[in-house]
Design a protein around this ligand. Structure first.
Ligand code: Z5A
Length: 221
């Protein structure tokens, strides 16, 4: 995969711990932008392309864990590279707005900050995998870990490999995402995700319109 020319579209990622409301808010943001006539592509990680969806199953079932944290990280990276090549970059090249539920910051935080892989290794893999194709805007949905876990538990679904981790792991996730927001303020916006979904959605719309200078054209609905 050679480095593409600067894409014409916009690349927005949503990040945060379990139950922060990423999927809910990604859908709302997608609808908001579509209503304004924009070409929107909704996608997620791990997954987002046929090949990466196969790796998603391996990763979230815990099937990759026995190979060790570095190998698991490389599988996330392999899925991301396919996702970029097959889904994200072609969409950006045609001018679409890509909204992605989790991306490389999740690797930094889950496998790095809260996991067992040194951050310099994580960043080296990220440079190879993502290169210049970083998000234009990352919305980091922040709320106490126990609130997010309670939301997930209330769905009554079976838990995956990462949801089974203890509260200390989930507190480290929150701290890791906040550290990224502090370190990269030009790319990241920290969003208080503890309120009602409507309130969070409004904060996200404001962040997106301000970041891209879209002004009244998109704010008025
Ligand atoms: N992972 C990784 O380790 N490394 C990587 O590089 C990548 C990922 C890319 C993917 O899981 C897992 O892979 C993830 C990290 C790891 N860890 N886990 N587990 P996933 O895609 O299956 O799940 P998730 O990304 O963690 O999403 P989630 O737990 O389903 O939560 P969410 O998308 O943030 O929230 P939601 O589905 O929108 O909402 C959760 C519930 O809360 C739901 O019932 C909503 O109706 C409710 N909700 C949403 N918003 C609100 C508000 N504002 N108030 C009250 N209730 C709400």
């Amino acid at each position: 995969m050679s480095a593409p020319a600067r894409a014409r579209g916009r690349f927005i990622t949503l990040e945060g711990g379990e139950g922060a409301g990423k999927s809910t808010q990604a859908r709302r943001l997608g609808a908001f932008l579509e209503q304004r006539g924009l070409d929107v592509v909704m996608t997620r990680e791990p997954g987002g392309s046929p090949g990466a969806e196969i790796l998603r199953h391996v990763l979230l079932s815990g099937g990759a864990a026995p190979f060790g944290p570095e190998a698991e990280t490389m599988l996330f990276a392999a899925a991301r590279r396919d996702h970029l090549a097959v889904t994200i970059l072609p969409a950006l090249a045609r001018g679409a707005w890509v909204i992605c539920d989790r991306f490389a910051d999740s690797t930094r935080v889950y496998q790095g900050h809260a996991g067992k892989v040194p951050l310099d290794v994580i960043m080296a893999i990220e440079r190879v995998t993502v290169g210049e194709n970083r998000p234009d805007l990352t919305l980091i949905l922040d709320l106490p870990a126990k609130v997010g876990l309670a939301r997930v538990a209330s769905r009554g679904e079976t838990t995956d490999r990462f949801e089974k981790e203890g509260i200390a792991f989930h507190n480290k996730l929150r701290a890791g995402f906040k550290a990224i927001a502090r370190a990269e303020p030009e790319r990241c916006r920290l969003i208080d995700a503890g309120g009602e979904a409507d309130v969070v959605a409004e904060a996200i719309r404001e962040a997106v319109t301000a970041h891209f200078g879209l002004g009244a054209r998109l704010v008025a609905s």
